[in-house]
Design a binder for this molecule. Sequence first.
Ligand code: APR
Ligand code: PHB
Length: 390
Amino acid sequence: MRTQVAIIGAGPAGLLLGQLLHNQGIEAVILERRSADYVLGRIRAGVLESGTVELLARAGCDDRLRQEGLPHGGINLCFGGRRHRIDLAALTGGKHVTVYGQTEMTRDLMEARSACGAKTVYEAAGVHLEGFQGTRPVVHYLKDGIAQTLECEFIAGCDGYYGVSRQSVPERAIETFERIYPFGWLGLLADVPPVNDELIYVNHAKGFALCSMRSNTRSRYYLQCPAEEKAETWSDDQFWDELRGRLDPEAAERLTTGPSLEKSVARLRSFVAEPLRFGRLFLAGDAAHIVPPTGAKGLNLAASDIRYLSEALIEYFSGGSTAGLDAYSSRALARIWKAERFSWWMTSMLHRFPEVGPFGHRIQLAELEYLVSSEAASASLAENYVGLPY
Ligand code: APR
Ligand code: PHB
C-alpha cells in the first residue's frame, strides 16, 4: 500500500490531521493499535480553546459542537472556603472556552472520516517505522496476523505518550524534559446536573478538587489523590463525601450525587520532547508532550500542533515549499512551552505538595488572593486559559 502521509494513532491529533489533509485532497492512511470502540471508550478532557473550535470548523467537524458545546465565559477559584469568579470574557476582550468532551470530538472526527471513505486501519499491531531519515519512509505492521507495508512521503507520529513514533528516534537525536508530580487525580463521571454552571478549581487543605462537566446533565469531578491510588478502593459515597468536604459551603449544599459511570486515576506529568522533526517523521500531540490536566491544555496543544503541521504539509503538497515543514518544530515548541508553563503553574498553585509544608500552603493562598484581587494577574490567567495566539 502507498499513501502520501502515514498517520500513526487515531486519537484527536491523528484524526484531525487526517481530516484537514483530506479536505485539501491529500491522501493519508491512519494506523491505530486499538479498536475504534476502545478509542471512544477513553474518558478524557473536555474544554476547547476557540482556536481548537476554529480548527474543527476548518476540518468540517463542528456541527454537533456548535449545537451541543457549552460556551463558558468564566471559571471559579475556590480557596479559604470562598469562591471567586475569573471573568474570562471581560478580561480577554470577549473570548470564551467551549465545554465539549474529547470523546465527542473524537466521535465526530471518526464519523467524518468514514463518511469520506478515508482509510483507517484499526487494530494494526506491531507498527514499525523505517527510512524516515531518507526520502522513502515505510511503515510495517500486522493486520489480522498478516504482515503489511505502507510506503509514504511523510510519517505523522500522533500515537500518544506510549506510542512507537518517539521511541523510533535514536536516543542521541532527541532530548526530553520531564517533571512527575507526587499525586494523581481521581476522576468520577456521573449523570447528575453539574454543581455549578461554570468550572470550579479548588485549593483545599486536604487537596485539590475540580468540578467540571460534559453537559447540563453530566458532571465530571476530580479529587487530588496519592499517585498510587486505586480507583476501585473508592466507593461512590466516599468520593462524594470527600468532594463535598473540599467545596465552599454553598456549593457543598447544592452538590447532586448519583451512581458513577466511570472512576479512574490519572497520574500528573509534564513532559516535552525536542525537536519534533526527524527527517520525514513529525511528532504531534501527546507523542511530543504531556501537560498535567490543570488548565485543560492537553487536547488544545495537540490541536495547535496539528494546525502547524497540517498547514506545513498542505503548503508542501500544493507547491513544493518545505518552509513550513522546516519551521514546524520550532513554531510548535514555542507554543508548547508556554502551555507547559501555564499548566505547571496552575498545578503548583492549586495542589497540596507534601514537601512544601505550611509555608508553601500560605504562599499558595497569597498567590490566589493576589490573583483574584489584581486585574493584571487575573488577565494573565484568563489570557492563557482561553488560549494563547497561534
Ligand atoms: N501503533 C498505532 N497506534 C498507537 C500506537 C502504536 N504503536 N501507540 C499508541 N497508539 C494510538 C493510541 O491507541 C491512541 O489511540 O495512538 C493514539 C494516541 O491518541 P491520544 O493518546 O489521544 O493522543 P493525541 O491524539 O495526541 O491526543 C491528545 O489530549 O486531552 C489530551 O492527553 C489527552 O488524548 C489526549 C490528548
Ligand atoms: C475535564 O472536564 O475533564 C477537565 C476540565 C478542566 C481541566 C481538566 C479537566 O482543567
